[in-house]
Design a protein around this ligand. Structure first.
Ligand code: CAA
Length: 240
């Protein structure tokens, strides 16, 4: 039987490419989304991948949603915590609401996604966890104190989980995408986006599929010794 993979924010952008890649590799995929029913329905129509609606920022919704996925498809053995939002503003203009929305979704949302699945992975002695962080968690970013804090936090999560899960054959790794051609990056003002592209040695935005490729590498059954690592995929824009 094929392994079940959960991809949060899996019906659009980078998440959609990850869902499709994992399906192609033989996984049974469940993709979550927060609000865009139309995009989710179109995604299922196009790919045959089941979508589930819940807010990753809410623990009980995540727990209940995960229980539903497992009842429908079987135990979740691969988790890709991808769901994320931006609320960009220079720090002097950033509101407490903008701070909390991003922390609740991007950071607490990762806890809420992995925590209910973790005991089953420990029992079955198998698990593959990938958290989609960001180049901006590595280098910081003007107008992203909130977002950069969450994406740096993701790296702490995977490095800690890697140590806790290693004996149970559970791996946890992070991918730090650079600027990828998704709605999130397209929402940046055009002039700013052009100046960002000028800083990317590759001379272009990345493709969502270029991130999905790294995910399928990390979640493979024979990738058990790759644990606690961070893969950068940013067109050579930034090195750690
Ligand atoms: N570095 C230095 N200065 C910058 C800057 C930067 N990257 N971006 C903007 N500024 C400056 C502007 O030139 C302007 O300066 P002046 O006042 O001297 O003209 C000032 O900062 C902006 O002031 P505003 O009052 O106009 O700012 P605003 O309240 O309208 O906010 C903004 C504008 C939200 C900062 C907008 O410029 C923006 O969205 N910037 C992009 C931020 C960004 O890169 N976000 C990444 C999104 S993609 C993503 O997050 C995915 C991923 O993981 C990679």
């Amino acid at each position: 039987m094929s392994r079940v993979a959960l991809v949060t924010g899996g019906s659009r952008g980078i998440g959609a490419a990850i869902s499709k890649e994992l399906k192609e590799k033989g996984y049974t995929v469940a993709a979550t989304y927060a609000g865009n029913d139309e995009a989710a329905a179109a995604f299922t129509e196009e790919t045959g991948i089941k979508t589930y609606k819940w807010n990753v920022a809410d623990y009980d919704s995540s727990k209940d949603g995960i229980a539903k996925v497992e009842a429908d498809l079987g135990p979740i053995e691969v988790v890709v915590a991808n769901a994320g939002i931006t609320r960009d503003a220079p720090f002097h203009k950033m509101t407490p609401e903008q701070w909390h929305e991003v922390i609740d979704t991007n950071l607490t949302g990762v806890f809420n996604t992995i925590h209910p699945i973790w005991p089953g992975m420990r029992e079955r002695k198998f698990g593959r966890i990938v958290v989609i962080s960001s180049i901006n968690g590595q280098k910081g970013q003007f107008a992203q104190v909130n977002y950069a804090a969450t994406k740096a936090g993701d790296l702490g999560i995977v490095k800690s989980l890697a140590q806790e899960g290693a004996r149970a054959n559970i791996t946890a790794n992070a991918i730090c995408p650079g600027y990828i051609g998704t709605d999130m990056v397209m929402a940046v003002p055009e002039k700013v986006r052009e100046s960002i592209i000028a800083q990317i040695p590759a001379g272009r935005l990345g493709e969502p599929e270029e991130i999905a490729r790294a995910v399928s590498f990390l979640v493979a059954d024979d990738a058990g010794f790759i644990n606690g690592s961070t893969i950068s995929a940013n067109g050579a824009q930034f090195f750690v």
